[in-house]
Write a protein of this length. Structure first.
Length: 130
């Protein structure tokens, strides 16, 4: 039996925890899921958002260390939440499991309504999946 591919989409809010709180969602994913079964994506609108601030550029620099494990999109000015929700909707309809890493409560609810799962900050220093 073939294992199902798990797709992870990372939002700006959870990526900014890397420099702000030294909490790395990429490390959480790598520690808790088999790397042969995962695909991690930083979407184009998220890359665009991150490229606009000093902290965001630091995050992009840190993510470069994972270049062989993460697909980092080319920066594109789009509405990030809409991009993420369209991706979740499409992938879930195709039978894939999609996790969205975010601290945005509104986005969390929308992702769950589309059948996705959410990685979120459960406490000051701990991630959880819902």
């Amino acid at each position: 039996m073939c294992d199902v591919m798990k797709k992870f989409v990372l939002d700006t809010s959870i990526l900014l925890l890397i420099p702000e709180r030294r909490l790395n969602v990429v490390e959480y994913i790598l520690d808790n899921f088999s790397t042969s079964e995962i695909q991690i994506l930083v979407p184009p609108p998220i890359v665009y958002e991150l490229s606009k601030t000093k902290k965001g550029r630091l995050v992009l620099k840190i993510l470069e260390e994972y270049r062989n494990l993460i697909h980092i999109g080319e920066p594109k000015r789009e509405y990030a939440d809409r991009w993420i929700l369209n991706y979740v909707d499409s992938e879930v309809r195709n039978g894939n499991i999609v996790y969205v890493g975010t601290t945005d409560l509104k986005l969390k609810k929308q992702v769950k309504n589309k059948g996705g799962k959410v990685i979120y900050l459960q406490s000051q220093s701990k991630f959880a999946v819902d």
